[in-house]
Design a protein around this ligand. Structure first.
Ligand code: IPE
Ligand code: IPE
Ligand code: MG
Length: 241
């Protein structure tokens, strides 16, 4: 694969933990636990393939509607994952950025997230976006509110407002828009994930459940991406001439 065909930013909807657990006769949380191992594998794979930005959808604003026990277990799992991975992130010079309404997360989780973000903020080997309490609609509404305030205070001239300016108000402002979105577990929807940023993303759907997703599957997604022709509104002839 030539370097130019490697996506700069891959975003992943990590789906299928619950079904994996069910298939193995285990409680749902065991599927989530197994899912964290897949996260480690995919971070390593992204590093190996030379992907510079990866965003992982870990918890949506809608996921609060799950049973209380599952939500609590997910938060705990996340916290211990971060504690355990902080050293690795530093060692491998990976930068963590959290995308979402973090103020609504448990205090201890917020603290762990802040610590990890601070400890990794100068690194640029791989930027890892962790979408947590993330919802695209909330993100856009928050951005519009912030833009309105800035305009009222004279900090922003609305005549200058275009997408490049608008995107500076999104959680993903420090990352390029995703070139490739992967969703596992065979579902074919975006579930309120990066709706604006995915305007021109290539989408890859895998039938594999997230806990089984590995480097080979990730490689297959990158290969499919490399074979796609992105036109951005132009004709195919324009691209070859
Ligand atoms: C994805 O797996 C993880 C989260 C949404 C937190 P699911 O828990 O949605 O797994 P399924 O869809 O029930 O199999
Ligand atoms: C999307 O998965 C959210 C995450 C992967 C964190 P869901 O399993 O919550 O999505 P729906 O509800 O099936 O659309
Ligand atoms: Mg699901």
């Amino acid at each position: 694969m030539t370097a130019s065909k490697i996506p700069q930013h891959v975003a992943v909807i990590m789906d299928g933990n619950g079904r994996w657990a069910e298939q193995h006769g285990l409680p749902r949380i065991e599927g989530h636990r197994k899912g964290t191992q897949a996260v480690k594998r995919i971070l390593k794979a992204a590093e190996d393939f030379g992907v510079k930005n990866i965003t992982l959808f870990a918890f949506s604003v809608e996921n609060w509607n799950r049973p209380k026990l599952e939500v609590a277990a997910l938060m705990q799992l996340l916290e211990s994952f971060l504690k355990e991975q902080k050293e690795q992130l530093v060692k491998r010079e990976m930068r963590l950025r959290v995308l979402g309404r973090t103020s609504e997360l448990p205090r201890s989780t917020q603290k762990q997230l802040r610590k990890t973000e601070q400890a990794t903020q100068t690194f640029n080997n791989l930027t890892v976006g962790l979408a947590l309490n993330y919802g695209s609609r909330t993100e856009v509404v928050d951005a519009v509110k912030a833009i309105t305030l800035d305009a009222q205070e004279g900090l922003l001239d609305l005549n200058e407002l275009d997408y490049e300016v608008f995107r500076q108000y999104l959680y993903t402002k420090e990352m390029p828009d995703p070139d490739l979105i992967i969703r596992t577990s065979g579902e074919c929807r975006l579930s309120n994930f990066l709706l604006l940023q995915s305007a021109y993303s290539e989408i890859y759907l895998s039938d594999v459940l997230w806990p089984d997703f590995d480097k080979a599957e990730f490689g297959a997604a990158l290969k499919a991406y490399a074979s796609r022709e992105r036109r951005f509104g132009k004709t195919a002839q324009q691209l070859t001439s």
